[in-house]
Write a protein that binds this ligand. Structure first.
Ligand SMILES: NC(=O)c1ccc[n+]([C@@H]2O[C@H](COP(=O)([O-])OP(=O)(O)OC[C@H]3O[C@@H](n4cnc5c(N)ncnc54)[C@H](O)[C@@H]3O)[C@@H](O)[C@H]2O)c1
Length: 270
């Protein structure tokens, strides 16, 4: 398949954290391109609302409430997708994050064991559990691909975010490990977004932080969820049939340095 012919017609996908932000954009993109989508989210209203958006676009979708840190919920999610569509071609392990009720950013001396564990559960254990639940079917089908949502912080740790940075580094390592283990019929790749504008990131950002944050981004702006989604759609499609075990940055060239090369933004933990 050439990129100009991008289509998911006849393909089915599970998108975790599909109810908001980047996951929502990926789910909508898959639906728009003809894919049948299982939108999984811990927030059932969010999942259902994205499922309804996909159906309004003429696509097929089911919504599943699942906390992807819980093995029973993940097994139920995989079964629901299989029951609805008969197969699973694409798994997007997108659920996760660095802030919100389940996760905290914070410097290491102030970080609780609970926050450390929750951050790893949401970002790493979830990828393991979802892959373990879906990969057997992909191997049986002799076709599948997995896209894991890492972060630029997994490659260039962000000061003040040790748990999240380490968790996303683990996602990158897990991606490479799975890419070897599940080949040749299942491909596994990761995306490493930088600063992406989502309802969550704009909510968590103090206004004065934006300039400081953007001083580290050569392209001098936040990325959009659709820009990340387009990269996920590429990795999930047959246009990327020879792409395996890779980590693609979507970060405007950010390397945690100012555009003139001085280290700048040191600590967002406050
Ligand atoms: N937005 C950014 O700037 C950015 C940058 C780098 C990486 N990322 C990563 O991209 C992914 C999506 O981030 P976003 O900014 O779109 O987040 P978001 O908060 O807008 O959406 C995340 C969605 O995932 C769901 N979710 C969270 N934990 C879950 C769980 N345990 N089980 C099921 N659903 C769960 C939430 O309910 C929410 O609907 C995350 O893995 C995040 O770490 C985001």
């Amino acid at each position: 398949m050439r990129l100009s012919e991008l289509s998911f017609r006849g393909r089915t996908a599970v998108v975790t954290g599909g109810g908001s932000g980047i996951g929502r954009a990926i789910a909508l993109g898959l639906g728009r391109l003809g894919g049948k989508v299982c939108v999984a989210d811990m927030g059932v209203d969010r999942a259902e609302s994205v499922g309804a958006e996909i159906r309004a676009l003429g696509g097929e979708a089911v919504a599943v409430q699942a906390d992807v840190t819980r093995p029973e919920a993940v097994e139920r999610m995989a079964l629901a997708a299989r029951d609805a569509f008969g197969r699973i071609d694409v798994l997007v392990n997108n659920a996760g994050g660095a802030s919100g009720p389940a996760f905290r950013i914070g410097r290491v001396c102030k970080l609780s064991e609970r926050d450390w564990d929750d951050t790893f559960a949401a970002n790493v254990k979830s990828v393991f559990l979802c892959t373990r639940a879906v990969a057997p079917l992909m191997l049986e089908q002799r076709h599948g691909c997995i896209v894991n949502m890492a972060s630029l912080t997994g490659q260039f740790p962000f000061p003040g975010m040790p748990a999240y940075s380490a968790a996303k580094a683990a996602v990158i390592s897990l991606t490479r490990s799975l890419a070897m283990e599940l080949a040749p019929h299942v491909r596994v790749n990761a995306l490493a977004p930088g600063l992406i504008e989502t309802p969550r990131t704009s909510l968590n950002r103090r206004p004065e932080q934006l300039d400081q944050l953007l001083s580290n981004v050569p392209l001098a702006r936040m990325g959009t969820v659709d820009e990340v989604a387009d990269m996920a759609l590429y990795l999930a499609s047959d246009a990327a049939a020879f792409v395996n075990g890779t980590v693609m940055d979507c970060a405007g060239g950010q390397m945690w340095m100012t555009r003139d090369g001085r280290p700048a933004f040191r600590d967002i933990a406050g």
